[in-house]
Structure formats: structure tokens, C-alpha cells
Design a protein around this ligand. Structure first.
Ligand code: HEM
Length: 507
């Protein structure tokens, strides 16, 4: 009865004075949120099981601490600051801990033995169709392992050997085009753009059965431009969907519709391309050719191939081109190191450059490894959760649901792991005694364990090939405008500004 009269009163209030009641509703919502946030902060700071771990109080009190830095694009630098201030284990959120200790790679991401449960991958974004996830976002370890095994052969050394002529043809195309463009104009070229063209052309060939034709036309395919242009919007919308009323309002805003449209178009394009490739009769050693050769009973489902075709294009393009941009920038900033690398490459390869010859060059290998350490293409942490029953990490037990991550950039720049961490020193990978105390296994740019990068081998070969072909064919000079190219923002991936480089053909 009392309830009914209260409801009746509210009803009358709403009808009598809609503006006044709207104000009441807004004030009530604000008060509710403030009380909720304050109560949670008190619990997180004084009663939470992680309360004794070092870290900033604001981070312990609220998720918003990390979100603020994600929105600013500076989370990776902030994570490094925190390690420098608090040491290798930091509570960086109410329920999350980040580690810079290399042992944590094994404990959090490593293969499980003796029936121990694995940590759970925190997916973060909801897949388009539940149960129809791309490989990277399959929640179950068993199912992920099953799908991944169907692709392992396509990324093996044997398969890369078969793909070598195609890789060389694409990189030769890049060299020829750069030669032609720089013969016409002595203006510096944007390396970010050229390496996007080349890596997307290569991956298009491997994942869709034909290149994207971007090196040839020297222009971004609109689909590729949309992928690259949406990184920042993705990161921002990812954060905003954690907060009401933004989550609710997102679908009515430009940002929300932009992100949704980008995802839908990306998916449609990839589906069409994968279908065209699967239905064509050609016999070629691209990813689908190699997967199909294993026999019809070893094929993923059609929807899985659609999703994974899209994943290969996302995961295997900007990453390799970012590494090459970062590495070349560092080489041009350290002329004595660059001279040593030029000498090794120009005097050891003979007339024909092959992947096998490149894999045998020790200084090249050290430069690539150091490039991956100092400029990891996927720089944030990849979150995992403690499984039912909890788990021990670096000797301490954590209860079910605790969140962990090893932030890739911050861990490989932390003084506790590497001497002179902000300097580009390939010698550290060649046994130089000045770096004897380096914890080399702290640098894991491809991640660690059963969910690490399936394209690691391909990436190493592609990176060595592109770098060597550029060095053999051109002298390079960093344009004054790009002297301070680093540091720049990160929105999940590096938001690379143009990298202006002057190319002079050696012919
Ligand atoms: C320097 C280049 C590259 C770097 C640094 C890199 C890094 C990574 C990282 C950190 C992950 C783990 C992501 C996660 O757990 O969510 C990953 C996964 C993955 N990468 Fe790469 N990647 C590179 C190149 C490539 C290439 C060339 C391909 C080829 C298609 C590729 C395909 C994949 C795939 C399919 C996954 C998901 C694997 C799984 O969940 O089992 N990546 N990569």
C-alpha cells in the first residue's frame, strides 16, 4: 500500500513537473555513483586481499587510474614509471598486478604441467557472435589449442621456405618503387607509409591469396586505411564502455557508430576475400593453400576461417612494419651501429639474398632483437586472470579472479632487467660483458607460452629481408623533422607519426 502511494506520488511528480523530476533523477544518479565509488575505494584500499602490495593509492582505489593513461595514450610510459618507483611487482588497479620479473612470464603465460589449471585470458572485448571467436579471443585453452594446431604447419619453417619467392617478389617490388619515386623527387619519404604498403601487400597475399596492390599504386587501400585509422577510436571506446552512461550512450554517438561500422566493414571485406581464395582452384603456398593441403578433416569451420583471415591481416601487418620503423629510426640515431650493420649486410650476401643467408648474420640478428626490446610492436600488457583455485606467481599465491599482466614495453625498459635500458645496444645480445647482468628472458615481444605469436618465425624472416634489401639498395638519412620521432603515443598499438627518411639509391 505504502509502495503504491510512493509510486503514485512519483508518477504525479513526473507528470506535473518533468524538468524538476529529471533534475531529481540526475542528482540521485550522481549521489548513487559517488557513494558507490567511495565505498569501493575504501574497500579496495583497506580490505582488499592485495592491499599490502606496492603501487599508487589512486590505482588501488579505482580502475579509472589506468583508464586515464589509456585515454592519454601514455599508459606504457606510466607503467615504466611505476616499476621504477615501486619495483618489479606493482598493484596497478584494484584487482590487478603487473610484473616485470621474468619468472612471471612462465607463471602467468607458460604451459601448464601436472594438471595445474592455466590462467584465463581476459578477452576485454565481446566477440561479434559469441562462440564464433577469432583464434586470439577463444576463451577455452583446449579449444584454442585445437584451432591453433590446424594452423601451425602454415607458419612452420618448411612453409616459410615455400613462401620465400613470394616474400622476395614483394620486397623487390618495394625497392623498385622506392628507387623510381626517389629518382623523380629527392624529397624524404614517409617510411611508415611504405612499410604499411609492403607488409599489407605481403599479408594480403598470404591471408587472401593476393596482394593489396598498395606498393604499386603508392596509396592506401581504403580498407587498410580504415583499419589503421581506427586504432585510437577502438582504444577510447574500449575504455568508455566501462562507464555508465557512456556505455549506454555509445551506440548513439559518432564514436560508437564509427567503431561499429569499421568492425562490420572489416569483417565483410575479410569474409569476401577469404571466400574468394577458398573457392579458387589455384595451388599456392599461402596460409589457406597450406591449411587445405592437410586434408578436409583438418579444416577449421568456414566462419573460423573468416575470423582468422581477418586476424592474420590485423596481427601480421602493423606489427612488423612498426618494428622496422622503430629499428631503422634507432639505427639512424646511432651511426656507428648502423655502419657495422651495413658492413655485415653489404659484404656477406653475394648477388642473391636468401632467407637462409640472412638468418646466419649475427649482427643483423642482434639488431633485430634489440629493436624488438627497445621498440616492441605490441607494447601493452596482455591480461590474464587467476583460475578457480587460485595460482602462485613469483612465489606468492593469488586468489581466483586476480588480474595479472606483464607490460611488454615497461618490462623491457626496466633497469632491474637491462643495463642502459633506454639505449640501443645490439651488443647486449652478443655476449658483451657490460650487459652480463641483463635478464634477456624479460624481453618477450611475441609473448610467451601456448598463446604466443603464431607468426613469430614469419615476422623474423620478413623483417630481416625488408631491412637487408633496403640497406643493400639505399643509403639512408633521417630527416630533421623526424629526429624526435620517439616517444609517441600508444593506443593499444603505436600511433606512429610519419617517419621521414631520405633514400639515395646505391646503383
Ligand atoms: C614483429 C612482429 C610481431 C609481433 C611483435 C607480434 C606480437 C604478437 C603478440 C604479443 C601476440 C599475443 C597477443 C595476445 O595474446 O592477444 C601475438 C599473437 C598473434 N600473432 Fe603476432 N606479432 C607479430 C607478427 C605477426 C605476424 C607476421 C603474424 C602472421 C599472421 C602474426 C599473427 C599472430 C596471430 C594469429 C596471433 C594470435 C595467436 C594465438 O592466439 O594463438 N603476428 N602476436
Amino acid at each position: 500500500m505504502a509502495n503504491r502511494s510512493l509510486l503514485a506520488e512519483l508518477y504525479h511528480l513526473l507528470l506535473d513537473s518533468p524538468v524538476k523530476s529529471l533534475v531529481y533523477i540526475v542528482v540521485a544518479l550522481i549521489v548513487y555513483n559517488v557513494v558507490k565509488i567511495a565505498a569501493l575505494a575504501i574497500y579496495n584500499l583497506f580490505f582488499h586481499p592485495l592491499k599490502d602490495l606496492p603501487g599508487p593509492k589512486l590505482a588501488a582505489a579505482s580502475e579509472s587510474y589506468r583508464d586515464w593513461y589509456i585515454l592519454k595514450g601514455s599508459l606504457v610510459y606510466q607503467e615504466l614509471e611505476l616499476f621504477r618507483k615501486y619495483g618489479p611487482i606493482v598493484r596497478d588497479g584494484p584487482n590487478s598486478i603487473m610484473f616485470a620479473d621474468p619468472q612471471a612470464w612462465k607463471d602467468i603465460y607458460g604451459h601448464r604441467t601436472g594438471g595445474k589449471p592455466a590462467t584465463i585470458k581476459s578477452i576485454g572485448i565481446k566477440p561479434a557472435h559469441e562462440g564464433h571467436e577469432m583464434l586470439e579471443f577463444i576463451p577455452s585453452e583446449e579449444e584454442h589449442g585445437r584451432r591453433r594446431r590446424l594452423y601451425m604447419h602454415a607458419f612452420s619453417d618448411q612453409s616459410i621456405k615455400k613462401q620465400e619467392p613470394m616474400l622476395i617478389e614483394h620486397v623487390n617490388g618495394l625497392v623498385e618503387k622506392l628507387r623510381a619515386v626517389t629518382a623523380e623527387s629527392k624529397e624524404p619519404q614517409d617510411l611508415v607509409k611504405w612499410l604499411h604498403f609492403c607488409t599489407f601487400d605481403i599479408m594480403g597475399d598470404l591471408a587472401f591469396g593476393h596482394g593489396m596492390g598498395m606498393v604499386g599504386t603508392a596509396t592506401y587501400n581504403p580498407w587498410v586505411a580504415a583499419i589503421i585509422g581506427s586504432f585510437r577510436a577502438f582504444a577510447i571506446s574500449f575504455v568508455l564502455t566501462r562507464y555508465q552512461p557512456f556505455a549506454f550512450l555509445m551506440k548513439y554517438t559518432y564514436l560508437g557508430t564509427f567503431v561499429q561500422k569499421a568492425v562490420d566493414e572489416h569483417r565483410r571485406f575479410a569474409q569476401t576475400k577469404v571466400d574468394e581464395r577458398l573457392e579458387s582452384d589455384v595451388d599456392r603456398p599461402d596460409i589457406w593453400g597450406l591449411v587445405m593441403a592437410a586434408g578436409p578433416d583438418k579444416l577449421p569451420s568456414r566462419w573460423a576461417m573468416h575470423e582468422d583471415g581477418m586476424l592474420f591481416m590485423q596481427a601480421g601487418t602493423d606489427t612488423s612494419s612498426t618494428l622496422l620503423c622503430g629499428l631503422i629510426w634507432w639505427l639512424l640515431k646511432t651511426p656507428e651501429i648502423f655502419a657495422k650493420l651495413q658492413e655485415e649486410i653489404r659484404s656477406n650476401l653475394g648477388d642473391e639474398i636468401t632467407l637462409e643467408k640472412l638468418a646466419r648474420l649475427p649482427y643483423l640478428a642482434a639488431c633485430v632483437e634489440e629493436g624488438l626490446r627497445i621498440h616492441p610492436p605490441a607494447p601493452p600488457g596482455f591480461n590474464r586472470k587467476a583460475p578457480p583455485g587460485g595460482i602462485a606467481v613469483c612465489g606468492r599465491f593469488y586468489v581466483e579472479g586476480t588480474e595479472f599482466a606483464i607490460p611488454v614495453y615497461a618490462t623491457s625498459h626496466y633497469e632491474g632487467n637491462f643495463a642502459l635500458p633506454d639505449e640501443f645496444r645490439p651488443e647486449r645480445w652478443l655476449g658483451d660483458s657490460r650487459f652480463a647482468s641483463d635478464k634477456k628472458d624479460a624481453s618477450q615481444p611475441f609473448l610467451y607460452g601456448p598463446r604466443n605469436c603464431i607468426g613469430k618465425n614469419l615476422a623474423y624472416n620478413e623483417i630481416r629481408l625488408i631491412l637487408a634489401k633496403i640497406i643493400v639498395n639505399f643509403d639512408l638519412e633521417l630527416d630533421a623533422e623526424s629526429k624526435n620521432w620517439m616517444p609517441h603515443a600508444v593506443y593499444g598499438l603505436w600511433a606512429k607519426p610519419p617517419l621521414w627518411i631520405k633514400f639515395t639509391s646505391r646503383d
